[in-house]
Design a protein around this ligand. Sequence first.
Ligand code: PLP
Ligand code: COI
Length: 339
Amino acid sequence: MIEWNQLGFSYIKTNTMICAHYKDGKWGEIESRTDDNITISGLSASLHYGVECFEGLKAFNCKDGKTRIFRPDENAKRLIRSATYLGIEAPDIEMFIKMVRQAVAENKEFVPPYGTRASLYIRPTLIGVGAQLGVKSSEESFFFIAVAPVGNYAGGIDAPVPAVIAREYDRAAPKGSGSYKVGGNYAASLYAGIEAKKAGYPAVLYLDPKEHKYIDEFSSSNFFAIKGDKYITPDSHTVLPSITNKSLIQVAMDLGYTIERRPIPVEELDTFDEVGECGTAVVITPVSRIDDKPSILGKECTKVYNYKACGPVSRKLYDTLTGIQYGEIEDRHGWCLEL
Ligand code: PLP
Ligand code: COI
């Protein structure tokens, strides 16, 4: 029995994983597998050279009893963009959505019941496979979609988290892979994450890797801030184009806020009313404070920002976005795909 209200963000084995293999210039049949282990060559470029990209999206059991998937077309497009960067074949939008639908349909009993505020996390993953030694993209790719029921990634909307600025580390290079959802970006953020955890910070905030003057994003979510009636988020080539952020921008505009997408100097942190992380996994996680010091583990700490509970604007944005996702608020932009 799954305790729907106790779910965090961990993998729970579900019924099936939906898979497809691209080989000899074409995709094979879509397969449903009960085993979540896969067999690939040990010489696959995904294992040696990081030829891997992935997506994250969610399905919701809604107020009207229907199950809906949030903006899968956006994830399909982003996966294609990441795969193009890696030089591997990705499923087209139609195939991606068909497989996502099948993954949700075959695991329907794992979509948390309406009212629990939990959801089914969907993890499409694309890897370069086939034995090779040289550093090049793979001619073969393997695409699979795993799902798992999830609750809060961190503490949730009522539990703001402290963050630290990664002064010693970058997750991306100035003209590198930062805006693509490739595994290597996450590998590059793990060590800072380990240090941050030791120092008591669940969240690490990265600066622009060229000048280290502007806010970029967190290791697994975008940055947004509220100042008066403004929703402010970085304009940067090294951050992942978040689908949640894009949706929140629209929601904020619908609610009458002004959007500012622009470089955000670190010093400006002092002036914000509210700061939050946003992303599929974190939804909106309010940030309680952001510390800026020469080293994550260092003791000297300049607290540049502080607030204790989720701010009212972040709360309104969260309630509106999740209201649309759970079918409580009209989906006026047509974001939710009915199963
Ligand atoms: N930034 C990074 C680095 C991420 O890993 C994620 C998670 O997907 C996001 C931002 C948020 O993107 P999205 O809202 O599309 O999930
Ligand atoms: C997501 O929000 O979907 C992510 O991919 C973030 C993280 C779990 C890697």
